[in-house]
Design a binder for this molecule. Structure first.
Ligand code: PLP
Length: 470
């Protein structure tokens, strides 16, 4: 492909993306594909000879795009709503073109130093002091595995050479994201050594029961190693009592990791900073800019007060990776299992500069406001109830007539293509989750979706009154 041919092809792609942004509100959020449909439609073997980019783009538009659920849609409310903003897309384009590898400072000095600079900016927005060191991983799932690995290095350093010590224990709540338990499985702690601490009526970890569990484990000869507390749990966006948990972590000398993959972004908003109370006492914490900080997947930031422990846990220096500057620079490969690392700091830099702190705070505040608006609409309707506190931008609610009605309501709503919500189960009740966070979501999107929900619910209640249950 010549430079001129590349230019023309790139313009076509950029035009398509610009049109996507202009028309996305009219597009169905969820695809109605059935499993295997795309595989059956595409050739089973790769082409022998190259094809033109125009043909490939045409097939993308007609075949691939319609088979996608549109995460970057203002009415994508499932799981946690995410945004790939224009500055993030442009930065990823440059990063792909340059294809630099941010493994060692020497391999690409600006990639390393921009990571230091942008994470320093984010650290200041979160009001964390200078001792906090930041690193970008691809996902929070990998970050929590690194954090629990660091906890193991801190508590039982012999494991690095001798292998796992039996009875090292990890504490999560019943509502902690499954990535923590997966990390414990991967690292060899074993599921039997993952304690799921019960939650209170607001789905927050019970600090008193955490203390009891640690005491019981100590009495049984186990070694408490790591506690994972959440600021914004996945089911309900619950905020654990991190300060009280930090007291326990200090008392028993257990590593405290804070999972604020989703909720941490809200702490950038000055009046929301109290949600971070206690987080500054953690040993590590995670915030995913690819969830609610307007950066494309993937980009997950881990901050730690003990970078040396991460280094001890993860570095292994091979001769061919040694450079002359190793003692003066950060080589990010030393702080995780990954050697090759994408140049993710570039999209943070683009997004932080394009919107500025005020722009980002403004968008976060709007998501928070829309969540409160939706909560008030639900509370004003006697047929519905809100099931969990709305502290952030997630609203958990249900129709009062029971699980079957709610299951059908969610399926029918998603089938309209007008919005996409997901669900959870709280105290045995099937609950709809509506997460707000896309940069293009407006009040009209929320009111429109609520009208669709209430209209569908009326229809379901009329046709299937027998479905009503306690
Ligand atoms: N922690 C929380 C609270 C989450 O909600 C999620 C995903 O939704 C994760 C961790 C895992 O995030 P990732 O997809 O970056 O691994």
């Amino acid at each position: 492909m010549t430079a001129e041919e590349f230019r023309q092809a790139a313009y076509e792609h950029i035009d398509w993306i610009a049109e996507y942004f202009e028309s996305v509100r009219q597009l169905p959020v969820m695809t109605n594909q059935s499993p295997g449909e795309l595989i059956r439609r595409l050739p089973a073997a790769a082409p022998e000879n190259g094809e033109s980019i125009s043909d490939i783009l045409a097939d993308f538009k007609s075949g691939i795009f319609p088979a996608l659920t549109l995460w970057n849609h203002p009415r994508f409310f499932a799981y946690f709503s995410v945004s790939s903003t224009p500055p993030s897309i442009l930065a990823d384009l440059l990063a792909s073109a340059l294809n630099v590898n941010a493994m060692l400072w020497k391999a690409s000095p600006a990639a390393t130093e921009l990571e230091q600079v942008t994470l320093n900016w984010l650290r200041q927005w979160l009001l964390l002091d200078e001792q906090w060191f930041g690193i970008i991983y691809d996902t929070a799932s990998v970050g929590v595995m690194q954090a629990i690995g660091a906890a193991r290095e801190w508590i039982a350093p012999e494991c690095r050479v001798k292998g796992m010590r039996a009875g090292l224990t990890v504490y999560v709540s019943e509502h902690t994201h499954s990535s923590s338990e997966k990390a414990a499985i991967t690292l060899g702690f074993g599921q039997e050594n993952v304690r799921k601490i019960p939650v209170d009526h607001n789905f927050r970890m019970r600090a008193d029961l955490l203390r009891d569990a640690i005491e019981a484990d100590l009495a049984a000869g186990k070694t408490p190693c790591c506690i994972v507390a959440s600021i914004g749990s996945t089911s309900t966006a619950a905020i654990d009592p991190v300060d009280a948990i930090a007291d326990i972590a200090d008392h028993y000398r257990v590593w405290l990791h804070v999972d604020s993959a989703y909720g941490g972004s809200a702490a950038v908003v000055p009046e929301m900073r109290p949600i971070f109370k206690g987080a500054e006492r953690a040993h590590s914490l995670i915030l995913n800019p690819h969830k609610w900080l307007y950066v494309s997947i993937d980009c997950s930031v881990l901050f730690t007060r003990l970078p040396e422990i991460f280094r001890r846990a993860s570095s292994l220096s091979a001769e061919y990776l040694k450079t002359g500057e190793d003692d003066q620079v950060i080589n990010y490969m030393d702080y995780g299992v990954q050697l090759g690392r994408r140049f993710r700091a570039l999209k943070l830099w683009y997004v932080f500069r394009f919107y500025g702190k005020e722009g980002i705070v403004g968008m976060l505040r709007e998501s928070l406001r829309l969540a409160q608006l939706l909560k008030s609409l639900i509370e004003a309707d006697p047929n519905f109830e809100v099931l969990a506190p709305v502290d952030l931008s997630l609203v958990c609610f249900r129709h009062r007539s029971g699980n079957a009605v709610n299951r059908r309501l969610l399926a029918e709503l998603n089938a309209t293509g007008q919005a996409f919500l997901s669900h959870t189960v709280l105290h045995g009740k099937y609950v709809l989750r509506l997460a707000i966070g896309n940069f293009q979501t407006t009040e009209g999107d929320i009111r429109g979706t609520w009208s669709t929900i209430t209209a569908l619910a009326k229809g379901i209640a009329a046709t299937e009154p027998a479905l009503s249950e306690a």
